[in-house]
Write a protein that binds this ligand. Sequence first.
Ligand code: ATP
Length: 295
Amino acid sequence: MLELKLDRVSRHYKQKIAVDRLEFTFGKGIYGLLGANGAGKTTLLRMMVGVLKPTSGEILCDGQEIGKMAGEYRRKLGYLPQDLGYYPNFTVWRYLEYLAELKAVPPELAVERIEKLLQFTGLAKSGKEKIKTLSGGMIRRMGIAQSLLNDPEILILDEPTSGLDPRERIRFRNMISALGRDRMVLLSSHIVSDIEYIADEILIMKGGKITESGNLQKILKTVEGNVWECVKEPEQAELLNQQFTVSNLKNTEDGKVVLRIVSDTQPVEGAVRIPPNLEDVYLYGTREKSFGPRV
Ligand SMILES: Nc1ncnc2c1ncn2[C@@H]1O[C@H](COP(=O)(O)OP(=O)(O)OP(=O)(O)O)[C@@H](O)[C@H]1O
């Protein structure tokens, strides 16, 4: 039974509080961490993988503080950082072999694992290619392969789909879904649809705190009644767009504009309530000011 617990975890950088007394318990499954730039996602993930120490609070893996577990924790862990470091002249195979050595995977097991992981990530034909010749998507897939070399129980992925084209993103999503069946996977993203499709549980982070958490249905409920739709002339649509938080604008064939607005109160006469989606929740949860007209 895997349990990773954040116990009032904080991280300060001088005056700046990047992560603020977080409390959360992870088990098996896929967790999606959504938050605007600077919300504290990377700082949190780096503490969870042990490369950064909390200023206060503890991170406990099955009851043990991860800093005290050292190698034992690292053996349970796979990590895909935002910026993957590699030697461009290494071949994909050499790179994975090198990391397997660093992760103390026995050499005979390493060969078998590398072969399987190259298959899993669709890189079976690229083992002999130099990394500098790969596309961005292939490098990300190689990153996933390295994070899985030690068959980790805990997998932490920082923005795994950023910069990928739609086909690669879908491929990635499917890989992550397959991985979440028997381990804990935590991924951060700005891409709401990726989180919406694959996460069993969604965490919304703002200002170093988790403001919402739960499955999609629960999360959607938090903004139920606060999402509106109306059809307006372009001039009025422009005004509404300046006043309110508009999550979507769409032109109709007869020259009007359909607006999707997130607001605590009816934004304009004729606006009707519609069911929320995760983008609305994200906008609501990461808002700068209370909702209603923007000032
Ligand atoms: N080494 C550092 N020194 C000082 N401040 C830092 C440092 N690293 C992060 N911060 C600050 O802490 C806050 C959280 O940063 P963090 O990178 O964790 O956010 P994030 O949610 O991952 O953002 P992004 O989506 O842009 O990667 C930001 O205000 C950032 O400027």
